[in-house]
Design a binder for this molecule. Structure first.
Ligand SMILES: [Fe+2]
Length: 441
């Protein structure tokens, strides 16, 4: 997506080799997520926003078949001509498609047929990658990142489905969840500190020479920031519990008007997946129903709840520019390498490590996506990719809010400081939390 056109054939060959092995790794990782699940688990769709695991397995394959294989061969014969209708997500330029809320009704093709579809397309892709020119490798690289996005959605959609089951099933044993490294086995969060940033003009956005990015992260541009402070860690479930117990969900002063209307209509009185039994709080996780981890970052919050908590706390949400500037400030030590991503195996956010310096920011990457106060809008000079793939990001730049940093369900190799995730402000089934910010007066 962001490579230059001046690439030699030797560079293309070595890029094809490394992308070929990355393609294979990511495709295997998708299957590994589905491996512990039954065919019934893979068919369920618990709400229109969530998709069945089987659909994710097929749709990510359809992406490569449609945007790579079919385009590279004039006489391409599709694996199954019906699959374009069944597994097109939202690409108007590709044609009509099966209704999203009815994906859970697709008892056919079977899960075995979808696995066979994946195997066939993987073989065809392996042949193509070895001889693909740079422009095709660009689309394949996009497809690999697209599949990683769906890997996270597979977890969040599955958790939503399991949370609707009276059995509250577990995807992974809780006993397998490791504690954060380098911390004592206590159940309290690190104390919150404030890190100050001076006013100034900063550059945000992706630099093309740094490798892949989505089109929505470009162009890099200047932005002015007034002085601000950012919290050293994410807001915890214990802090959200205080908000719940002290009437925060019923306090209209804390809420945006739209948010209070949704809270009222939906009957929200606590974050999604929280349950109270005999005065004890529990939460539904991928490890099943467990006691509320008060020391860990709050998650499954909508933008509206994050906004209300921040206002109730006498603070606010950071803008996405504030978040990005802080995340790359070398004096703050935020590090993708140290983040709790899906590779940790925890599959849920973990207690913050104690900070190591006066300006340390922890949990910036991994654990929970952090809501910002920024609308998902085009950067100055934004140009969508030409053709059908221009629908990937640009057409959603209205009525959604930006989240930053990745989560415990995000593959580590998928995230960047400039990465802009986005969801509607009432969405709460993602691994979404918040970090407080405040003005400096
Ligand atoms: Fe997709």
């Amino acid at each position: 997506m962001s490579r230059t056109a001046f690439t030699s054939r030797t560079d293309e060959v070595s890029r094809a080799t490394s992308l070929g092995s990355r393609f294979a790794d990511v495709r295997r990782a998708t299957l590994a997520i589905a491996a512990p699940l039954s065919a019934e688990d893979c068919l369920v769709q618990s709400m229109p926003d969530a998709s069945p695991i089987k659909w994710h397995l097929a749709h990510t394959t359809w992406f490569f078949e449609t945007f790579v294989l079919a385009r590279e061969s004039g006489d391409y014969r599709p694996f199954n001509p019906d699959f374009t209708f069944l597994f097109n997500s939202y690409y108007e330029a590709v044609g009509p498609r099966h209704e999203r809320p009815r994906r859970g009704l697709l008892t056919r093709p079977s899960l075995d047929e979808v696995r066979a579809y994946r195997e066939t397309i993987d073989r065809r892709m392996a042949d193509l990658i070895a001889r693909a020119p740079d422009a095709v490798l660009d689309v394949i690289e996009l497809g690999v990142h697209h599949e990683q996005q769906h890997q996270e959605l597979m977890f969040t959609d599955l958790l939503h489905a399991f949370a609707t089951s009276p059995l509250r099933p577990s995807y992974t044993p809780v006993a397998s969840i490791p504690p954060p490294s380098g911390t004592a086995a206590t159940a309290s969060a690190a104390p919150l500190a404030w890190v100050r940033f001076p006013e100034g003009v900063h550059e945000i956005g992706h630099v093309p020479e740094n490798g892949f990015s989505f089109d929505n992260e470009m162009p890099r541009h200047k932005t002015y920031l007034a002085p601000f402070e950012l919290a050293s860690r994410a807001v915890t479930k214990g802090e959200l519990l205080a908000f719940v117990l002290q009437g925060g969900y019923d306090d209209p002063d804390a809420w945006l008007s739209d948010g209070f209307a949704v809270r009222t209509r939906e009957g929200w009185s606590a974050p999604l997946y929280w349950e109270k039994k005999d005065d004890r709080w529990f939460e539904m996780t991928l490890g099943g129903l467990v006691p509320l981890a008060t020391e860990a970052p709050a998650t499954n919050l909508s933008f509206y709840e994050a906004w209300a908590f921040a206002r109730w706390s006498g603070a606010r949400l950071p803008t996405e520019a504030e978040w990005e500037v802080a995340s790359v400030d070398p004096s703050c030590g935020a590090s993708i390498a140290d983040g709790n991503f899906v590779e940790s195996g925890a599959l849920r956010p973990l207690r913050a490590r104690p900070t190591t310096g006066a300006r340390s920011l922890t949990q910036m990457f991994g654990d929970v996506w952090e809501w910002t106060s920024s609308s998902y809008a085009p950067y100055p000079g934004f140009t969508p990719v030409a053709g059908a793939l221009g629908e990937y990001n640009g057409k959603f730049m209205c009525n959604q809010m930006v989240l930053r940093g990745g989560s415990c369900l995000t593959p580590q190799s998928h995230i960047r400081a400039t990465y802009r995730n986005f969801f509607h402000p009432d969405a709460r089934w993602q691994m979404s939390g918040l970090r407080l910010a405040r003005d400096v007066r």
